[in-house]
Design a protein around this ligand. Structure first.
Ligand SMILES: CC(C)(COP(=O)(O)OP(=O)(O)OC[C@H]1O[C@@H](n2cnc3c(N)ncnc32)[C@H](O)[C@@H]1OP(=O)(O)O)[C@@H](O)C(=O)NCCC(=O)NCCS
Length: 190
């Protein structure tokens, strides 16, 4: 183990954007980000209740997520440009033991796409997962026609597992998803 991942302050991604761990006072900036990106995210996300787009709704969510982080079950990051939150990236469902797996999820603000930010962040987080979290593999799932997300994963060394039918309830329907995996190392559990 080279460094304690849970203590990382931030990772520079270029252009003034950093990836940093979610913080307790991020709720208001997150609500603003979800309001700004409501149309951008709609096709790729579950349907959201109205309070999701409010600071109050995000306070509850951030609190739940940080509790899960304290229990080492999730590693939540945000993309930040100064005071603005411009995206999120999460390692969810972290399991150790012989599985040593996490599920990866992410989105970036509509005004920040196409700059390599998510690809850079996924590469950095996979290194952290391998070197510091003791994980062996990371999984992801994309809707079949989400080409930008599939390009991110392919360029970061993920491989297709196959199609899972009616896998997640997204934008009002159960959607088939392409499942992806990245094997981080072939060594013994560490
Ligand atoms: C998918 C998403 C995360 C990609 O983030 P990004 O920071 O723009 O990705 P990058 O700039 O790192 O680009 C990665 C690749 O996608 C390509 N790409 C980016 N936007 C694209 C677009 N609109 N159409 C086609 N390809 C696109 C890039 O050219 C690059 O390809 P390359 O590596 O072959 O050159 C972003 O578009 C997004 O947040 N979309 C909405 C939410 C979402 O889909 N989340 C993922 C759910 S699985």
């Amino acid at each position: 183990m080279t460094r304690d991942a849970w203590e990382i302050q931030e990772i520079e991604l270029g252009g003034g954007v950093v990836l940093r761990p979610l913080a307790p006072d991020d709720a208001e900036a997150l609500a603003d980000a979800y309001v700004r990106n409501r149309d951008h995210l709609r096709p790729w996300e579950p349907r959201r209740a109205p309070e999701f787009f409010t600071a109050t709704g995000q306070v509850a969510r951030v609190s739940d997520t940080l509790k899960s982080r304290d229990e080492r079950r999730t590693f939540p990051w945000v993309f930040a440009d100064g005071p603005l939150i411009v995206g999120i990236l999460n390692l969810n469902d972290i399991v150790l033991g012989p599985f040593r797996n996490a599920h990866l999820g992410y989105w970036i603000d509509a005004g920040y796409t196409g700059r390599g930010l998510v690809s850079g962040a996924v590469r950095a987080v996979c290194s952290v997962a391998a070197e510091s979290l003791g994980l062996h593999r990371v999984q992801a799932a994309t809707i079949l026609d989400n080409e930008p997300s599939q390009r991110v994963l392919r360029s970061c060394g993920f491989q297709e597992i196959g199609v899972a039918r009616a896998y997640l309830h997204i934008d009002g329907e159960w959607r088939d998803h392409l499942l992806w995996e990245k094997i981080l190392h072939d060594g013994p559990p560490r």
